[in-house]
Design a protein around this ligand. Structure first.
Ligand code: 6R9
Length: 663
């Protein structure tokens, strides 16, 4: 391995940070002995381990007798003769335990206005919402799309669906009408819950009109209801018979709603995520196993205590917002922040200011946010975290992409004041919750490494034939045993589930994460080296290169397109598109104009997050004699590096010169 590779893989990182003694003394999992004991329990009696945890951490309406059912593997079932309700476990259970007057949610609006809901108030809101949905004929098993801003109502919408056994599919508010329409059709949704507008960084942005546009695109044959939460009072149009204001829907509803008891395997939600090929996949999660892991990782990874104020900065449109906003914190009776705004408004001190304002004790964000705030505080020292108290913090977390050691150190020193452990949590939409992460009161931390799998999570690194590779040698990250919060299937496409996640090449029983990883020779610690498929990670958002390419070639001007990732200091990766137009290759101002047009086109087709940062025009793309685009060469060109690889199979070497720089 070259020095550069070693650096990337964090192998040269030899700084070790022990968990602070004070933290360790009070931690749920205290010390490596406690961690090892849990791992040993899982290793000696896997089902016994999970069945104990499921009994201890959830309230069951009908207790389960079967823990893991492997009869239809890889379609694994957990606790599948048990019955429960997720919303009951998040609300009623806490009220029964005397937490009715405890604050469940502190809503911090974009403009700094604060609204609170106690567990009792949230319970009433959710029950009225659930009754309102029922009054529209929405029932157990129906799919409901949620296209909402960050709000108490957004969380309540998810909880209300769970309460009546409807399966929600949250679509991130940044997705376009077309993406929304595709998801509504794929899920066969009967209703969309949305808001008139959303507010971000002082600007009002449309939501309801995008829903109108999505439905006008046609094909949403199952769709009957649009329910609209009034966030801004902005002007929107209303379709009689189809559209209802949320406040009208819930007004006369009773504040109690008997939960719908569902089987543990009942689909709690579908969440679309990008894969390497084809359209986004509807990742389906089950009720019991998902909630168990959401609750348990709140206790293990976040060491949640009754007095904590927990803040996960994700959006409910992503899996992080599902597990660590809508469900996990409520399942353990915590107080959490729901944040509407952006990290840079009114200035780049917003996170630090909000931590002080609400005495946040556990803060969970993405490396891309940290890196952009490092930059911002270099430019404007007033927003540097040292200008804030931040004394309420006791634990920091990171999620979404690898955190580089420099960003880790900055976070540790300046935000955590060298007193807070950092949990670098590796997981995915498909895994439902954390997989590999330090435990804050146990695991010695190494910047840039997500360290060790949680107890019961059987991760390994294998080669392409599925054989274990020794520590120190990179390979493919897999999980060798099923776990409760794992993806159950791809909605409507079980075949794709099998081929994507349990490929025959690996024996058909190992979960393929899609990431490369390497374990440290001495410590066995995992470092994630990035996706091994054509999936990009831009600001922690997953995007398939194929999706962006399809969007580009859907433009009448475009003949061909290839999209690759390019390392980016702030966003981790950025999107670089190589485009061949039907017309002659544009240059100068013409190229600039067309690049802008195509970027806006992609925003319209998928959403602004998928906009290529750079577009380069060529007369052709580098291809093999059999016509395959040589993406590895494009990746080198995107980085601005010289091609040193073998190009003997390349049909048209002259094209490389043309694609070297931005048009
Ligand atoms: C939770 C979430 C999953 C992909 C995953 C990997 C990357 C997430 C990471 C990380 C290194 C971490 N990823 N956390 N890579 N270290 N701590 O982000 O889900 O949107 O499905 O993305 O993100 O590449 O495969 P999702």
């Amino acid at each position: 391995m070259t020095n550069q590779q070693e650096e990337i893989h964090g192998l040269q990182e030899n700084r070790i940070f022990e968990p602070p003694a004070q933290f360790k003394a009070q931690a749920a999992v205290s010390g490596m002995d406690a961690y090892n004991k849990l791992c040993a329990e899982a290793a000696s009696d896997y089902e016994g381990f999970w069945s104990r945890l499921a009994r201890e951490n959830l309230d069951w309406h009908k207790p389960f007798t079967s823990t893991l059912n492997e009869s239809e593997a890889p379609f694994y079932k957990w606790f599948d003769d048990g019955e429960l309700n997720v919303s009951y476990n998040c609300l009623d259970r806490n009220i029964k335990n005397g937490l009715g007057d405890k604050t469940a949610i502190i809503f911090e609006a974009d403009d700094g206005t604060t609204t609170r809901a106690t567990y009792q108030q949230l319970y009433e809101k959710v029950c009225k919402f659930a009754n309102g949905l029922k009054s529209r004929g929405i029932k157990k098993g129906d799919r409901v799309v949620i296209y909402m801003p960050m709000s108490i109502e957004g969380v309540a919408a998810m909880q209300a669906c769970a309460r009546i056994g409807a399966t929600h599919s949250v679509v991130f508010g940044g997705f376009s009408a077309k993406s929304l329409q595709e998801r509504i059709i794929d899920a066969g949704a009967v209703a969309v819950i949305t808001a008139d507008e959303q507010v971000r960084g002082g600007k009002q942005l449309p939501l309801k009109s995008i829903v109108d546009e999505a439905l006008a695109l046609g094909g949403c044959t199952t769709m009957k209801d649009v329910i609209v939460y009034k966030r801004t009072g902005g002007k929107i149009s209303f379709t009689e018979g189809r559209d209802t204001w949320l406040h009208d829907l819930v007004e006369a509803q009773p504040a109690e709603c008997e939960p719908e008891w569902v089987n543990a395997e009942h689909p709690l939600f579908i969440l679309y995520t990008s894969g390497s090929t084809g359209t986004p996949k509807g990742v389906q999660h089950a009720s019991g196993g998902f909630l168990l892991w959401a609750a348990l990782t709140m206790k293990w990874t976040f060491d949640i205590k009754p007095s904590d104020v927990f803040w996960c900065t994700a959006d409910i449109g992503w899996v992080t917002g599902h597990t660590y906003i809508a469900y996990g914190p409520l399942a353990v009776g915590a107080t959490e922040i729901v944040f509407e705004g952006v990290p840079t408004f009114p200035n780049a001190g917003r996170f630090w200011d909000t931590i002080d304002k609400h005495n946040v004790s556990i803060f969970y964000t993405a490396p891309t946010a940290i890196r952009s705030l490092i930059k911002a505080s270099d430019v404007d020292p007033k927003v540097h975290p040292k200008n804030y108290k931040l004394s309420s913090l006791r634990l920091l977390g990171s999620v979404g992409e690898p955190i580089n050691p420099e960003a880790w150190m900055w976070y540790y020193r300046n935000v955590g004041n060298e007193k807070c452990p950092i949990v670098d949590t590796f997981w995915q939409t498909e895994t439902g919750g954390h997989m590999i992460t330090p435990l804050p009161g146990a695991t010695p931390m190494v910047p840039g490494s997500c360290t060790l799998p949680l107890p019961g999570i059987m991760t390994a690194i294998v080669d392409e034939a599925g054989h274990d590779v020794p520590n120190g040698q990179g390979g493919i990250l897999v999980v060798k045993r099923p776990w409760p919060s794992m993806i159950r299937t791809i909605w409507g496409n079980p075949e794709r589930f099998k081929t994507s996640y349990f490929p025959e090449e690996l024996g058909g029983r190992m979960y393929l994460a899609g990431d490369g990883a390497i374990r440290n020779k001495d410590t066995g610690y995992f470092t994630i080296t990035g996706r091994i498929d054509d999936v990009l990670n831009v600001s922690g958002h997953r995007m398939g290169t194929m999706e962006i390419e399809s969007a580009l070639v859907a433009n009448p001007l475009v003949a061909e397109a290839a999209v690759v990732g390019k390392p980016d200091d702030t966003t981790g990766e950025s999107i670089c598109a190589f485009v061949v137009l039907k017309q002659a290759r544009p240059t100068g101002d013409e190229a600039k104009k067309l690049a802008l047009e195509l970027r806006n086109w992609v925003a319209k087709e998928i959403g602004p997050i998928a906009k290529p940062k750079e577009i380069r025009f060529g007369d052709n793309l580098p291809k093999t004699r059999s016509g395959k685009i040589m993406r590895r060469l494009l990746r080198v060109l995107a980085k601005g590096e010289t091609i040193t690889q073998d190009i003997s199979t390349l049909e048209n070497p002259a094209i490389l010169e043309q694609l070297k720089e931005a048009s």
